[in-house]
Design a protein around this ligand. Sequence first.
Ligand SMILES: Cc1ncc(COP(=O)(O)O)c(C=O)c1O
Length: 421
Amino acid sequence: MNHFSAEYAALCDAQDELTLFRNEFLFPELDGREAIYFCGNSLGLQPRNTRSYIQQELDDWHKYAVEGHIEARLPWVSYHEQFAPLLAPLVGAKPLEVVAMNALTVNLHLLMVSFYKPTKERFRIICEKKAFPSDQYALESQVKLHGLDPAETIREIEPRNGSAEILHEDILAAIAEEGSRLALVMIGGVNYYSGQVFDMASITRAAHEVGAIAGFDLAHAIGNIEMKLHDWNVDFAAWCSYKYLNSGPGSVAGAFVHEKHCTNPETFRLTGWWGHNKERRFLMEPEFSPILTAEGWQMSNAPVLSMAAHRAALELYAKAGMPSLRKKSAKLTGYADALLRELLEKPSHKYLFSIITPQNRGCQLSLLFHREGRAVFDYLLQNGIIGDWREPNVIRIAPVPLYNSFTDVYKLAFALSEFPA
Ligand SMILES: Cc1ncc(COP(=O)(O)O)c(C=O)c1O
């Protein structure tokens, strides 16, 4: 059967064990019709259960007011604790190494306060070129906080010769070259622009070999690719929950601190009462005594309403399981890749765009348009397809295994094939 056909896509959907998860989500509409949504790498869709999970907390707030901290069906004082066992398998951590808290950039700052401790000899930072701007701003301000000059401190690893891919060997070579001057490697696990997956295990190993710390921004990695942060010996990581984790706009983020650091009372952390020994928290004693897990990085009590949305979303991940999601994702994005490459062989489409995402990828494909990028984006929208526009000329497409189908991918490729080239 020709794989560039609605029949072939329907057959793949019929064989897809995760197909029913699509019904667990609410899709936006365009012109009164359910949209085809490829923007889960920016903002994931709302799970059907989110509303009732938030409603439960609103009801308990109404019923119990302050007593809800203890009396709510899921008591708020310990509400955040339910997330460690749900998040740990998503990043390959021990539950004690993960915590749901704050927002992503905030967590990166808190972790850099603990793990970027420059000295006169060891102060350099390696990051990727075209890191997400918030990471660049955060790195620069951390450097300035220590009275250093960002230009002399931060080394960005660039792709070669106009490609979007940063070569792994270039990262390793830079780490070796910096050697004893290197304090920190901080890279996105998956680059937001190109969709490239970095080899976090060997980057961490290389950083440790020269005595540096390795930390990762997992905004585009969590819920997308499988990770083993504990086994890889990663020092710290942080992520947001509104992309692949479908927990709602600006919802609560998360952090990983390796066991070797979080169980060490000497690891410096900025402190607040929610990181204090739980048994003694309400004794209101003056002296801080950290919880010796990632929870020790918490400062404030938990934002229960956004965490209720997080709960609804993470339960779906627990049901589906990362290995099955990853398996489907490879097939689904592979299908998108194959259809788009077939299109690029047509004379009408040959010079329209190129796929800049390398083969080491998760579910995102980034299409670099050589002309008419914005017109294509608008055309897709008119045809009920929501992608993600990045200035000046990239459309990012993320076929998300939890709720996208092979038919969605086929419809995208078909619409593109009809684009008046
Ligand atoms: C890779 C990456 N880092 C950082 C951020 C900033 O996240 P936040 O606004 O949650 O701090 C984003 C947001 O999309 C991102 O994609």
